[in-house]
Every structure is written in C-alpha cells, then in structure tokens.
Design a protein around this ligand. Sequence first.
Ligand SMILES: [Zn+2]
Length: 99
Amino acid sequence: MPAWSKNYQVPRDWPHRRNSVLKRAGHQCEVVVDGVRCPNVATQVDHVVNVAEGGGHDLSNLAAICVPHHAVKSKGEAARGRARAPRERRDPEKHPGLL
Ligand SMILES: [Zn+2]
C-alpha cells in the first residue's frame, strides 16, 4: 500500500457504485487514446480525479478501466504524490557537442 492511500476509504455502497460504473461502460475500458477507446474488458473502476487529489466517489468521477490502464494511471498518481519528495538523483547528462 502506498503511503498516500493510508486514509483511503470508499463508501459503504462501493460495490454497488462499482457495478453501476462497469454496467454504464458496457464493461469496456473507458480510457480513450488518440480518439480510440480502449477495447479491453474493464474489470476495475478508476477515480477520474484521484481521491488523494480531491476527487470524490460520485459516479461522475468514476470510470471503468482495464487492468493495464489502471496500473499505468495508478503509477502516474503515485509519482505525482511523491512529487514533493526529493527526486531520484539523476544528474543531467551533458551533450558532448555542447561542452
Ligand atoms: Zn484500457
């Protein structure tokens, strides 16, 4: 569990909301890339605006999502959550031509 999700709580009727979102999406991932909707079967429900970033649990903030896309999105959110922490040390490489 990432630290930012320590206080993560879902509403009591989460399973119901989750089912509603999946049903609304026709059990298809709602992620759109380059105007094309992901064809994968959605088995998870994602917060469009992450809870840690102020998003709610309303159906309007929920979207059906496939496992790979959820993994990608969660990774990005975790990265943003760490944004204020010292970054990984990686000195910029100087281009030999600019020396
Ligand atoms: Zn997807």
